[in-house]
Design a protein around this ligand. Sequence first.
Ligand SMILES: Nc1nc2c(ncn2[C@@H]2O[C@H](COP(=O)(O)OP(=O)(O)O)[C@@H](O)[C@H]2O)c(=O)[nH]1
Ligand SMILES: [Mg+2]
Ligand SMILES: [Zn+2]
Length: 378
Amino acid sequence: MTRRSRKSKAGQRRVAFRRNRSAPARRKQWSVPEHADDPTQDAAGVEAVRAKGELSRKRTIVDRAEETGDGRGPLCRGIAAAVRGQFVEVDDGHRVWLCTVRRVLRTRLIRERHPVVVGDEVTFRPLAHPAEGAPEGVIEQVHDRRTALHRSDGRRTQVIAANIDQVVVTTSIRQPMIKVHLLDRYLVAAHAGRLTPIICVNKADLGPREEIADVEGLYRRLGYAVLVTSTVTGEGIAELRTMLAGRVSMFAGQSGVGKSSLLNAVEPGLNLRTADVSADNEKGRHTTTTAVRLRLSNGATVVDTPGIRALDVAMVPVHELEAHFVEFVDRVRECRFPDCMHIHETGCAIREAVEAGRIARSRYESYVQLVLERSAPG
Ligand SMILES: Nc1nc2c(ncn2[C@@H]2O[C@H](COP(=O)(O)OP(=O)(O)O)[C@@H](O)[C@H]2O)c(=O)[nH]1
Ligand SMILES: [Mg+2]
Ligand SMILES: [Zn+2]
C-alpha cells in the first residue's frame, strides 16, 4: 500500500482508488483505457455503498454515469463539509478530501462570494493521495441546491448553507442580550429558503425566567417549535437531540449564545471550540470562524456557523415581507388598501392589531425595520 501511495505522488492519480480492489491490478498503464476490459469495475462503481471495510472503500469510485471518458479518471461525489479560503473539504462519506474549485466554476458564479458553500453536493476529480494528510481533488460540478439559507444586502447574495432541512435559531436572553429583531430576520430567511425554523432559547440557567417565558410564549403562539435549553444544567438538551435526529440542521444566531456549546452537549466528544463571553461588553468572541458540517451518532447532520451580528434579507422583495410574518398573513386582506405596506396607511388592519395587542409590538417593529431599510436611499 505504501509503495502504491508513493506511486500516486508521482502523478498516477488513479492508484489511490485501485489499491483497495480485491483483485490486485498489475497493469502498469493505469490511465487508459477506462475500465473497458475490467469486469470488477462495474461492481465497484455503480453505487455509493456505505459498508465497513474493503467494500466500503471501493465506493469512492462512485458513479459510472459520471465518467467523462476524457481519460482523466473517475469522478466522485461528496458533500462540502467546510469552505476555508480557496479550499473545500469534501466528505465522501468515509473521508475528507481537500479540494480546490475548477476555475470555470469560480468565474461563472461571480455574484456569489464562493461558488461552493457548506452542504453543497459536488462532483470532484481525485488528484493525489499523499501518504500523509488528506487526499486531494478538484471540484468539477456543484449540483442543484435542494434548499439554501441566504443573506443579501441587495447587491450581493450569499448562501450561508445549502441542503439543510431546519435552522436552529439560537438565542440567549442575557450574555449576550437577546436581539429579537435578529431572531425575526432569521425566521424570514428560513421561510424564504423553505426551511423549518426551531427557536432555541439557550442559557436558561441565567434567566430571567419571566423573559424566557415571554419569548417562549410569543413564538409558540405563532406556531414555532421553541426549546428552552441550558448547557450548564442540561435542561432541554435531550429534547434538542431528538429534534435533530435524522435531519440536517443548521445552527444560527449571534456569536456567544452557545451554538457550539449546545452541539458539544448534544454529542459528547465533539469538542467544538467555544468562547468565553467577556463580561465587559457582552460580546462573544468568534471562535467558530467558518461553517462546518458534522455528522452526529444519532443520524443527525449539523452545521455549526460563526455568529453574525446582522442579517440582511434583501433577497425577499419588499412586498413579500408580510408573507413571512405568519401573524400578518390572515389580516392583510382586511387592510383598506390592497397594496398597504402597513407603515402609515389609514385603515391598516396590521397596525390596528398591534394597537389592540393582538400582534406583538416587537414583531411589528422587526417588520417595519425591514421595510424602511429597503426604501432608504442607497
Ligand atoms: N451560563 C451558560 N453559559 C453557556 C451556556 N451555553 C454556552 N455557554 C457559554 O457561552 C459562551 C459562548 O459559547 P459558544 O458555544 O462558544 O457560543 P457560540 O458563539 O454561539 O458558538 C461559552 O463561554 C460557553 O461556555 C449555557 O447554557 N449557560
Ligand atoms: Mg461557535
Ligand atoms: Zn396594512
